[in-house]
Write a protein that binds this ligand. Structure first.
Ligand SMILES: Nc1nc2c(c(=O)[nH]1)N[C@H]1C(S)=C(S)[C@@H](COP(=O)(O)O)O[C@H]1N2
Ligand SMILES: [Mo]
Length: 395
C-alpha cells in the first residue's frame, strides 16, 4: 500500500512538472489532501488539522472579506487542555519589580483608554504543508491567518501601573491553557520589553466589535501587530516584567529560526549564534478570488484579487506575471485598512483566448523586502512566503 506521504510526494512531483518553472519549492500536499470540515462551538465548519490540541484552519472562501469573521477565524493551540474561562471570576495578575496588581475585565475596561487596531494574526507556520521536502508540524495550507479589528487597552498603560523597572529585559505572558501531562511545558511566551511597551501592543477583549470567541482567547489575549501570532497569548492570566531572558521551552526551544537569515526585528535577549526567536511576519500575499486549477469561461470578464501584508511597514505594491516571472505588471491596490492589516489588490484578467494561464503574484513592502522565488528552508517550516502561482484554464 502506498503511504500517504509517498502518495503526496508522488503527486507534488508530477504537479511540479506543470509549474511555471521559475519558482522552486512548490508542493501541493496540503491542497491535494481532501480537507475535513468540522465545526467547533461558536464556529462554522473549518478545516480540521488536528482535534487535540485543536488546530483548525480557515477555508479560502472565508478569507475573501476585509475582516475575517469571528466564526471563521482559525484556531491554533499547543496544549490539549483549554478551559472555558468564567469572566466573572477571571483576574489578570500583573507582576512588576516591586508590585503586583490584579484586574477584573471590568476594571481593565474602566481603568484604561480603549484602543482599536486592525491587524493580521498569522501563525508562524502558515503554509507549512506547502514546504517540500515535508517539515514536521501542523500541516497548514493557506488559512492559518486572518485580519480583524482588535479592541482593548494598551499593554504599556497596564504595565506602567505596576512600574517598569529600568533593568527590565522581557515581559512574560501566561494563559489559562495547560498540557494533559504534567511534563508538557506550559505555553508561556515573552516579548522584549520595548515591544511590550510599544503603543500598538494591546490586551484585547474584542474582535470585530464582539467579545473574543472562546477559541480565540476569551476573555483577553495579547495582540502584537506585525509579529507572528505565537506571541498573541490567549486566555491571559498572568503577565510578569522580568530582568532576565525567560528560559521556558516555548522561547528557548520552539518558534526559533536560523540567526541572521530572515528580515524583521531582532530579539536580542533570546538570540543565540545558531537560532533566534521568530519575530515579525515577512511580506506575503494570497489570491482569494480563485484557486489553482479553476476553469474560467472564455470571454467573461474576470478579476483576480486577494490580500498582501507584511510586518506593518505597509505594502508598496503588488505585481502579477503571466510569463513565469519574466515580466511583472502592477495590480491595483485596495483601500488602506491600517498598516498592520492586509491590503487588497486586484487585476483584470484577459480571457479572450482559450487555454492555460499561469498567473504569479508578488508583494513588495515599503521596507524594500519582496516575496521570494526560492524558499529558505528552516527546520520548523516558518515564514513561507513563496510567490504563489495559480494554474488557471480558459475554456
Ligand atoms: N494560550 C495560548 N495562546 C496562544 C497559543 C496557545 O497554544 N495557547 N498559540 C499561539 C499561536 S502559535 C498562534 S498561531 C495563535 C493563534 O491564534 P488564534 O487561535 O486566535 O487564531 O495563538 C497564539 N496564542
Ligand atoms: Mo502559531
Amino acid at each position: 500500500m502506498m503511504t500517504r506521504r509517498r502518495m503526496i510526494a508522488g503527486l507534488s512531483g508530477s504537479l511540479l512538472l506543470g509549474e511555471a518553472g521559475l519558482f522552486a519549492g512548490h508542493a501541493a500536499a496540503a491542497e491535494t489532501a481532501p480537507p475535513e470540515l468540522v465545526a467547533l462551538s461558536q464556529k462554522k465548519p473549518l478545516i480540521k488539522r488536528t482535534f487535540r490540541p485543536p488546530n483548525f484552519e480557515t477555508p479560502l472562501a472565508d478569507l475573501r472579506s476585509e475582516f475575517t469573521a469571528n466564526d471563521a477565524f482559525f484556531v491554533r493551540y499547543h496544549l490539549a487542555q483549554v478551559p472555558e474561562v468564567d469572566v466573572r471570576k477571571w483576574r489578570l495578575r500583573v507582576v512588576g519589580a516591586g508590585r503586583t496588581q490584579e484586574w477584573s475585565l471590568d476594571d481593565l475596561k474602566r481603568g484604561f483608554e480603549s484602543v482599536s487596531i486592525a491587524a493580521i494574526n498569522q501563525c508562524s507556520g502558515n503554509r507549512r504543508g506547502l514546504f517540500s521536502p515535508r517539515v514536521p508540524g501542523v500541516q497548514w495550507s493557506y488559512g492559518a491567518i486572518g485580519n480583524a479589528l482588535w479592541t482593548g487597552v494598551r499593554l504599556r498603560d497596564v504595565l506602567r501601573k505596576v512600574g517598569v523597572a529600568a533593568d527590565s529585559v522581557e515581559v512574560v505572558f501566561d494563559g489559562a491553557d495547560a498540557g494533559l501531562l504534567p511534563k508538557t511545558p506550559d505555553f508561556v511566551k515573552s516579548l522584549p520589553v520595548e515591544r511590550a511597551l510599544d503603543e500598538n501592543t494591546l490586551l484585547a477583549f474584542e474582535m470585530n466589535g464582539q467579545p473574543l470567541p472562546h477559541w480565540n482567547g476569551a476573555p483577553a489575549r495579547l495582540v502584537v501587530p506585525g509579529w507572528t501570532a505565537t506571541y498573541w497569548v490567549k486566555h491571559l492570566t498572568e503577565i510578569r516584567i522580568v530582568p532576565k531572558p525567560y528560559d521556558g521551552f516555548w522561547m528557548q526551544k520552539a518558534y526559533r529560526v536560523p540567526t541572521n537569515v530572515f528580515p524583521g526585528a531582532r530579539f536580542q535577549s533570546q538570540e543565540r549564534s545558531d537560532t533566534t526567536p521568530i519575530t515579525e511576519m515577512v511580506v506575503n500575499s494570497l489570491v482569494t478570488s480563485h484557486e489553482s486549477g479553476a476553469r474560467l469561461r472564455r470571454g467573461r470578464g474576470v478579476e483576480i484579487s486577494g490580500w498582501a501584508w507584511d510586518n506593518g511597514a505597509g505594502i508598496a505594491k503588488v505585481e502579477f506575471s503571466l510569463d513565469g516571472g519574466r515580466s511583472w505588471r502592477d495590480t491595483t491596490l485596495g483601500r488602506d485598512l491600517g498598516r498592520f492589516a492586509w491590503r487588497g489588490f486586484s487585476l483584470p484578467l484577459d480571457t479572450t483566448q482559450m487555454g492555460p494561464i499561469n498567473i504569479s503574484v508578488r508583494a513588495t513592502s515599503r521596507d524594500g523586502t519582496r516575496q521570494t522565488d526560492k524558499l529558505t528552508p528552516n527546520p520548523s517550516g516558518y515564514h513561507h512566503n513563496l510567490i504563489q502561482t495559480l494554474q488557471l484554464e480558459v475554456v
